[in-house]
Design a protein around this ligand. Structure first.
Ligand code: BES
Ligand code: ZN
Length: 880
């Protein structure tokens, strides 16, 4: 068996064609037993069958072969499981015959508490705590439920039968064909599925209510939730029905199963999972409560539903061949979810908000410890970590870049033919490029390989030289180092107006464009003649490209001016600010000039732009605290000034008929003001929170401003004034809405008092917080970063046990380590983890340590900015 250990992929001695699975979960004892009959095709001379299994006890295996004349059953001479390689090796005394056979096995396992494989989730019903059984197989945990060929390319059909307590709801991918009640138990059998990958198989057993609707072509859609909460499923149901219809049009292929169930699971590691025909969700990502959910919660539900339903085509019908191509699934679903949400809710302007996705991708990919979109996978445990901003956000962003280069019609047609051509099979990245290349006649493969096969992305520097624009590309790194790499960059630019445009591909390191000749406008005032004078030049128009732009000083000043005069679109205002911030972090631009630019946004009212301005302010505050603590008060004053304009327009109370975006903005602005110590905001937040404590239906605290009020309360809490903290804990304990609970957890973490933070952190690991939710309390106030790190070290054993090998553990590391800015701390972190690192967090750890070095370098550079004190002083006290 040794020859099979430690291999990234299973050998192809045999491939599965059909699984007939029987499972009987025991919800009281938290275990299960079952049997499986797998129709296999033996493809080579072998005495071994090697398949995946983990934490299963497998027994009574046999392979049977039958033809018209005879039948034969062979028992293995040994069954060995290797827990490290997660494989099961059946060894036979004789070589197995070629062709079709059936492999039968019995097995037993436990319903674990790790939110993966076949696991237990808990809920309350009539005051009684109950267990439900749930599966989460992606990426590599179907093997914890039944022995199987657990790789996406081994597609087969699945026929599932369950034995469950007769009063419970039992769901799987397909509709029920038969239900036989036998006393306390019932046997439920489901229709055989179409061919699909193991990671998409699903089972849920528990007590649920549901709401139901149909698509225009009769697909039955249901949303299942806790008993008594069916109303909260209506919004998601409506989105799902409309989205299925929309995707049918867009992909030009109908949804391929007879039903779609979506279900809220109280304990869930990810946000949602696209199991074929049975999509599972965290409660926060599926349920919408009219009374207590915020606009942001509503948008989250819509985008998550749209994302998971996109996978029913992109992922489930056409599946990546191996995890290296995970981004095909995730990048694509992320991009398409915006398309669907935009079509359903145009007033949400989600394509503007998409820039936040790109921004996360750009930020992660600016690290030397990033990885290419197409990443090599050598062990199952490495897969967890690539569900990251590179696969999702960079993936989605380069798709957007390509779509905008090829044009939406051509893009859609080519996609539809890709889906048709590869339905029910597996693909690699090249297959998508081939379809798009055929559809467009453009060299898509060559263009896109530069983005998917090498990590990082370029910063395009643009300078004016003799009426020419000179472009230069080089890899952008937040560390300021120069990296390797060259990309084919679709450059777009506008000159003085959105009607004067130029597009070209920057294929070499540098190129220059004669702007006068190609656009008919002039760059310098003194050129005379009848030329149109161009006041500004903006590259990466609408921010559809995945790159940064660095303008020379003169061009940057003109853009600042254009922002002040409100000549630029939302997306361009966002982009200019975002690039300036990134360049500043990389010490390629001073913080002084960044702050001056931020001053140009003082009348900004757009949600996406302001929301980015806010998050930039938080980061600058942290760097300033290390670099120039004596300037912090003035800096906060400046930030408060910028946000005041929008805050005064929005007020605390919702305006009748106001937009979704204003509702979201109000919460973010007030939260920021509270965090920057704005006295009035803190007082008002406390006042409203008190009113809410007295009366939970007070109009003074609608959901959109609750977080701001909670944060305001936590700013006043310290060891000798704990009442606000206790009050928030009371709301936490009384609420049975998951969105309310996470709102509170993230507010608790904002307390500036390290002693309280220590209590909050311990609370996160208590039985009162589901382990899925602990991550929400980790973004602690930077003043308590030392406390958080000491706590992490002390609790590491416990944390790594609870979060085991999943992807949540990486969040503990990045949240606690990344806020530091010293060489000593980076070293201390390295030493601490030297013996504790796990494959599921190895890359995240390296990235977090790299961030510490980047922060340090930035701090040192800020300390050298001589004109910073004056600039901040001037900005803080300027009268607007
Ligand atoms: N396929 C993923 C679920 C998943 C994530 C499985 C990580 C295993 C590991 C699902 O489609 C997904 O992407 N969910 C997102 C939500 C989405 C709206 C970005 C999630 O869980 O955050
Ligand atoms: Zn996804």
């Amino acid at each position: 068996m040794d020859q099979f250990k430690g291999q990234p992929r299973l050998p192809k001695f045999a491939v599965p064609k059909r699984y007939d699975i029987y499972i009987k979960p025991d919800l009281c004892l938290c275990k299960f037993s079952g049997s499986v009959a797998i129709d296999i095709d033996i493809l080579s001379d072998t005495r071994f069958l090697v398949l995946s299994a983990a934490d299963l006890l497998v027994h009574d295996a046999s392979v049977s072969f039958a033809n018209q004349k005879s039948s034969k059953v062979i028992q293995p001479s040994s069954i060995q499981a290797c827990e490290v390689s997660q494989i099961l090796v059946l060894e036979f005394a004789e070589t197995l015959p070629f062709g079709l056979g059936t492999l039968r096995m019995d097995f037993e396992g436990i319903l674990n508490d790790n939110m993966k494989g076949f696991y237990r989730s808990t809920y309350e019903h009539n005051g009684e705590k109950k267990n439900m059984a749930v599966t989460q197989f992606e990426p590599v945990d179907a093997r914890r439920c039944f022995p199987c060929w657990d790789e996406p390319a081994f597609k087969a059909t699945f026929k599932i039968t369950l034995d469950v307590p007769s009063e419970l709801v039992a769901l799987s991918n397909m509709p029920i064909v038969e239900e036989k009640v036998n006393g306390d138990l019932k046997t439920v059998s489901y229709q055989e599925s179409p061919i699909m990958s193991t990671y998409l198989v699903a089972i849920v057993v528990g007590l649920f209510d549901y709401v139901e609707d149909h698509t225009t072509d009769g697909v039955k859609v249901r949303v299942y939730c806790q008993v008594g909460k069916a109303n909260q499923g209506k919004f998601a149901l409506d989105v799902a029905v409309k989205t299925l219809d929309l995707y049918k049009e867009y992909f030009a292929v109908p949804y391929s199963l007879p039903k779609l169930d979506m279900i809220a699971i109280p304990d869930f590691a990810a946000g949602a999972m696209e199991n074929y025909g049975l999509v599972t969700y965290r409660e926060t990502a599926l349920l919408y409560d009219d009374q207590h959910s915020a606009a942001a919660n509503k948008q989250r539900v819509a985008t998550v539903v749209a994302h998971e339903l996109a996978h029913q085509w992109f992922g489930n019908l056409v599946t990546m061949e191996w995890w290296t191509h995970l981004w095909l699934n995730e990048g694509f679903a992320t991009w398409v979810s915006y398309l669907a949400t935009d079509s359903l809710f145009p007033e949400w302007k989600v394509w503007n908000q998409f820039l936040e996705e790109s921004n996360h991708g750009l930020t992660l990919d600016a690290l030397a410890e990033s990885h290419p979109i197409e990443v090599e996978i050598n062990h199952a445990s490495e897969v967890d970590e690539i569900f990251d901003a590179i696969s999702y956000r960079k993936g989605a962003s380069i798709i957007r870049m390509l779509q905008s280069y090829l044009g939406p019609e051509c893009f859609q047609k080519s996609l539809a033919s890709y889906i048709k051509r590869h339905r029910c099979s597996n693909t690699k990245t090249e297959d998508l490029w081939a379809a798009l290349e055929e559809g467009s006649g453009e060299p898509v493969n060559k263009l896109m390989s530069s983005w998917t096969k090498q990590q990082g992305y370029p910063v395009v520097t643009v300078k004016v030289k003799d009426e020419k624009l000179v472009f230069e590309q080089s890899r952008f790194l937040s560390s300021g180092s120069s990296g390797e790499g060259q990309w084919i960059v679709p450059i777009t630019l506008c000159c003085g107006s959105y009607d004067v445009r130029k597009n070209f591909l920057l294929q070499t390191e540098t190129e220059s464009v004669d702007i006068k000749q190609s656009l008919g406008c002039s760059l310098s005032k003194c050129c005379g003649g009848n030329d149109k004078y161009c006041d500004w030049i903006k590259l990466n128009v609408d921010q559809t490209g995945f790159y940064r732009v660095k303008y020379d000083e003169d061009l940057a000043a003109k853009l600042r001016n254009a922002i002040e005069k409100n000549h630029l679109t939302t997306t361009d205002r966002f982009g200019i600010l975002d690039d300036a911030f990134a360049l500043s972090m990389a010490c390629q631009q001073s913080v002084t000039s960044l702050l001056t630019l931020m001053g140009a946004y003082r009348e900004e009212l757009d949600y996406t732009v302001l929301s980015n301005l806010i998050s930039i302010s938080y980061k600058l505050e942290r760097i300033a605290a290390d670099a120039v603590p004596e300037l912090l008060d003035n800096l906060r004053q400046f930030f408060t000034n910028i946000f005041q304009f929008a805050a005064e327009k929005l007020g605390w109370d919702p305006k009748p008929g106001e937009s979704h975006l204003d509702a979201m903005l109000r919460g973010e602005i007030l939260t920021a003001l509270a965090l920057f110590g704005h006295e009035q905001t803190i007082q008002e937040g406390n006042r409203r929170c008190l009113a809410f404590l007295d009366d939970r239906s007070t109009p003074l605290l609608p959901p959109d401003i609750r977080k701001a009020a909670y944060v305001a309360v936590m700013q006043t809490v310290n060891a000798s004034n704990r009442s606000g903290y206790e009050s928030l804990l009371r709301i936490y304990r009384e609420s049975d809405l998951s969105q309310e609970k996470t709102r509170i957890l993230s507010s608790l973490a904002s307390c500036p008092d390290p002693n309280i933070i220590l209590e909050v952190l311990n609370f996160l690991l208590s039985s009162e917080v589901r382990s899925q939710d602990a991550i929400f309390g980790l973004g602690v106030n930077w003043k308590a970063r030392e406390t958080a790190w000491t706590w992490l070290k002390a609790k590491w054993e416990e944390i790594s046990k609870i979060f085991d090998s999943g992807f949540l553990i990486g969040r503990f590391v990045s949240a606690t380590v990344s806020p530091f800015a010293s060489y000593e701390k980076a070293k201390e972190v390295e030493e601490f983890f030297a013996s504790r690192v796990k494959p599921s967090m190895a890359r995240t750890l390296k990235q977090s340590i790299e961030r510490v070095h980047i922060n340090l370098r930035w701090v040192q550079s800020v300390q050298k900015e001589r004109d910073l004190p004056n600039a901040i002083n001037e900005l803080a006290w300027r009268r607007y």
